[in-house]
Design a protein around this ligand. Sequence first.
Ligand code: DHB
Ligand code: FE
Length: 286
Amino acid sequence: MSATQTSPSAADAGANASDAFRASVARRPTAETSQERTDRLVRRTLDAIYEVIRTEEVSYPEFQAVKRWLMDVGEVGEWPLFLDVFVEHEIEKVAARTQRGTTGTIEGPYYLPGQQRLPATATLPMRPDEQGDRLVFSGQVRALDGTVLAGAEVDFWQADADGYYSGFAPNVPAGNLRGVIVTDTDGRFAITTIKPAPYQIPTDGPTGAMIAAAGWHPWRPAHLHLMVRAEGHRQVTTQLYFDRGDWLDSDVASATKDDLVLAPQRQDDGGYAVTYDFELEPAATS
Ligand code: DHB
Ligand code: FE
């Protein structure tokens, strides 16, 4: 392992993200895509590529470099990372066209289901010496019409103060900074956690190599991930960011939205507190 002991390599993070994604497929509805639509989507995707080749006059050496790079992404298991950084934001924006209530954004590759269920007021599982500023994140889950949603689940995951996610980096214990908080009879919750650090996508793999070759930066602004769900309501998947944070205006994953930026207030004990309420729309009836 390179530089530091805790640095997750592309191969660690990628292999775990690939396993997590394969396991998740069974949990998700699969789209029924007709032959006609498949023909159209594949054809238009290829046409978009041909257009770049023709207008940019892409050479044989460039074509071979791309072929090799695509093979490398698969071999280290970076497809979930690459696609969630560079493609998911557009899929999410299309989904958002029919979504009311709390603004969503990308899920990313690091969600793990089945985490510890916690009461409405709880501290997220963390190491005794967990680094980072304390943050109390509280709020209420409501339906669009204002009805409070008791027993709603706030499924929460985040990176640590070094930007690493449990389950995807060595030396971070399983379940660290993850949990499912269940709202109280007023639909409220209060989670004690730490402010995460900005996240850097692994720089030692093919995605990192592409970013470096293009002269881009590999950073996402610090963020909290949430899925909020309640019976009879459409689940929202979102992230919350921090005002004045680095990379807020240049997220490599293009997943920030103005109304997802928190302004935590410093408390007398030196920690931070912030509130954010969630509004869920009724589940689609089919
Ligand atoms: C990636 C990581 C994240 O934490 C995230 O929210 C989105 C994408 C990634 O490495 O692909
Ligand atoms: Fe993330």
